[in-house]
Design a protein around this ligand. Structure first.
Ligand SMILES: C[S@@+](CC[C@H](N)C(=O)[O-])C[C@H]1O[C@@H](n2cnc3c(N)ncnc32)[C@H](O)[C@@H]1O
Length: 276
């Protein structure tokens, strides 16, 4: 995860705000509205995304009858191996880096490839999966448009591709993008020791290609690919200032106001869900 580790720090008390309706019509949008309506808010805060990303994925699998899940960029610490299997799914872990996959428990089904790479020589991947999910991976991908094209090709008809990623131009990720990669890495490792290369959650260079919280912007790139439905869940707020009183409160107020005004240029995270 790039700078995303503040999540585990102390929880702020955040006023509830009404859930924003998913801005599309169709089976995916109505399922998401129903799911969000049954969960505790505030729905605008990124805490909701961290808490609900895995349960929402499983709920989508159940709702749409999806069985074969590929965790894209699952790395050494995939989220769905156990909970996916318990839910009756077949779970396969992908990563670009074979060294990450080598750290998984022996016998774990894996698929090593670059999700944004040239996969024309891999007919075995065509319509091979029902559900493809990527958490904190898209900010590291050099060509996100190609990744969504490849995911479309790898999904069976009716399948779902989803990605949860940090977004520009929120200040933590803007700074991360502007700093030289080695400086950004050193700062994260200084504050979060488990983010060192030999820790359980190392820092990977972040590029933020197409990492935005605006449907309008993303639709320009995604519409031509041919997905039948798209939903984007925008989030504001983060945990990087949890140990910095006053700045934490001011930043929280700014995020709350940005969400109330629906300022998409200042989202901190987004979940994009696409149905083939
Ligand atoms: C920050 S880690 C996230 C790991 C896991 N998804 C999680 O949430 O803990 C990013 C992972 O994405 C992998 N990755 C980066 N670019 C990739 C690509 N183009 N294709 C597949 N995996 C990629 C990295 O090797 C790394 O394991």
């Amino acid at each position: 995860m790039s700078l995303a580790d503040g999540y585990s720090a102390k929880r702020l008390s955040i006023a509830r705000m009404p859930a924003q309706r998913v801005q599309t019509d169709g089976p995916l949008a109505s399922m998401l509205d129903q799911y969000r309506g049954g969960t505790r808010g505030p729905h605008w805060h990124s805490d909701w995304a961290w808490e609900n990303y895995e349960p929402l994925t499983l709920a989508l699998a159940q709702h749409f009858g999806l069985k074969r899940l590929l965790e894209v960029g699952g790395g050494r610490d995939p989220g769905f191996l156990e909970i996916g299997r318990k839910a009756g799914l077949e779970v396969i872990v992908n990563d670009i880096d074979p060294r990450e996959l080598a750290l998984l428990p022996p016998g774990t089904p894996t698929a090593q490839f670059d999700v944004a790479g040239d996969l024309r020589g891999r007919p075995d991947l065509v319509e091979a999966f029902d559900l493809m999910t990527a958490r904190m991976v898209f900010e590291h991908i050099h060509d996100v448009e190609q990744a969504w094209k490849n995911i479309h090709r790898m999904l069976r008809p009716g399948g779902i591709g989803m990605a949860f990623f940090p977004t520009l131009y929120s200040w933590p990720f803007l700074i991360n993008k502007l700093l030289p990669p080695e400086t950004a890495k050193a700062i994260v490792e200084r504050f979060f020791p488990n983010r060192a290369a030999d820790g359980d959650n190392p820092v990977f260079p972040a590029l933020y290609d197409w990492c935005y919280g605006s449907e309008t912007k993303l639709k320009r790139m995604l519409d031509p690919i041919g997905y039948s439905e798209m939903a984007l869940l925008p989030f504001w707020g983060h945990r990087y200032l949890d140990r910095v009183p006053v700045a934490r409160e001011l930043d929280h107020l700014a995020n709350r106001a940005s969400s109330a005004l629906d300022i998409r240029a200042l989202t901190t995270y987004a979940v994009v869900i696409l149905r083939k």
